[in-house]
Design a protein around this ligand. Structure first.
Ligand code: SAH
Length: 355
């Protein structure tokens, strides 16, 4: 049995799948899912992320979170947590960069939210020097101050897609045509959850809703609002989603999302407005969404690059210069990726961000 066989038999038994159900099976099916079965990161894999490009990314995230912790009178104990930590590289850099922050390591309890057993094993190796608690769900995080980072996590969560019609919204689905997976549309139905999109869409426009992001944000934001803390959410996307952003990546190249399910990474652009709706409902403040390049420049990435450069020459120096450009330049990751901070009301956002 393959994932394709499994999807086909689901469609034959239950009818066409929502895009969200299709994504969920492709990414996290316990036996055949993309993340479940492999480490997809890096040059040999399908995509590369900011922490895998340079240590500077995680170092600056670490210092921003540690400063936010000090600004809140250094609460102890607290949870230092990450959603979807990949290979553990980002958290490794956070921990190394914060070693000199008085009391930070003594007070922290490390929590990683990770669904993939393969990536949990990689995280265990990367963070071998630290006691780590792994969980499947944010709801398992203790009720205590929470300092959290999520880089390229929300883009991996399944979305439903709807196309506006004269009467209601037609959900885009995955069904079968002549035995092969194909996209189709359900009959239009009213979607009260999309009422706020009636003003900025016209018939034929496609919008996406990530139904799992809201409860995850609620858990994170409730802890920050109640016990203190801060979160940095970094991802590609923008204030509001419009259009079909589902993309499949394999070996660093785009591919057809229906081809060879489970063998390619599937993502969508993050709708940051939807995240702020959940934050506001949980009584948690949020920063302006800020381009990654500006955020990293404000935190001093150029100074950090210069100090690392002093010890380098040849290819290593060229790589460092290329990494700095890749993380910050508006035509590379600098503008496409956005950063949003979450923090208790009446306080200021973590360094690098404003309101
Ligand atoms: N943050 C890392 C990895 C990004 S890839 C980096 O920047 O390099 C997405 C990560 O989220 C992977 O670790 C993946 O296994 C995890 N993930 C995806 N969906 C998840 C879910 N629903 N629950 C927990 N982890 C998830």
């Amino acid at each position: 049995m393959s994932l394709l066989d499994h999807l086909k038999s689901r469609i034959i038994t239950d009818g066409p799948l929502s895009i969200a159900d299709y994504m969920a099976d492709c990414l996290l099916h316990p036996e055949f899912g993309y993340y479940t079965t492999r480490d997809p990161l890096g040059a040999q894999g399908d995509f590369i992320t900011a922490p895998e490009i340079s240590q500077m990314f995680g170092e600056l995230i670490g210092l921003s979170l540690a400063q936010a912790w000090m600004d809140q009178d250094s609460p102890a104990p607290f949870s230092l947590a990450e959603l979807g930590p990949g290979r553990g590289t980002l958290m490794g850099d956070v921990l190394r960069a914060t070693r000199g922050v008085p009391g930070f390591h003594a007070a922290l309890q490390l929590h990683l939210i990770e669904a993939s057993p393969t990536l949990r094993a990689a995280q265990k190796d990367a963070l071998a020097d630290y006691p780590v608690t792994w969980s499947d769900h944010v709801a398992d995080l203790p009720q205590q101050p929470l300092f959290l980072v999520a880089n390229e996590f929300f883009d991996a969560l399944p979305v439903r897609q709807f196309i506006r019609q004269d009467m209601g919204w037609a959900e885009k689905r995955v069904g079968l045509t002549d035995g092969a997976l194909s996209f189709g549309l359900a009959e239009p139905t009213p979607q009260p959850a999309l009422d706020h999109r009636l003003d900025d869409t016209k018939v034929g426009d496609l919008v996406e809703i990530c139904t799992t992001a809201h409860p995850i944000m609620t858990e994170v934001c409730t802890r920050i609002a109640t016990h203190g803390g801060a979160a940095l959410v970094i991802d590609y996307g923008d204030w509001r989603s419009l259009g079909d952003t589902l993309q499949a990546l394999r070996a660093h190249a785009p591919t057809d999302p229906l081809q060879d399910p489970g063998a390619a990474d599937l993502t969508t652009h993050v709708d940051f407005e939807a995240l702020t709706v959940a934050a506001a409902a949980a009584n948690c403040a949020f920063s302006r969404i800020t381009p990654q390049g500006i955020f990293l420049e404000r935190l001093g990435i150029t100074n950090r690059a210069q100090s690392l450069a002093a010890a380098l020459s040849g290819d290593a120096l060229e790589n460092l210069i290329a990494a700095h450009r890749r993380l910050t330049h508006p035509q590379e990751m600098g503008n496409l990726f956005k950063v949003m901070g979450l923090f208790p009301k009446a306080l200021t956002p973590p360094p690098g961000l404003d309101v």
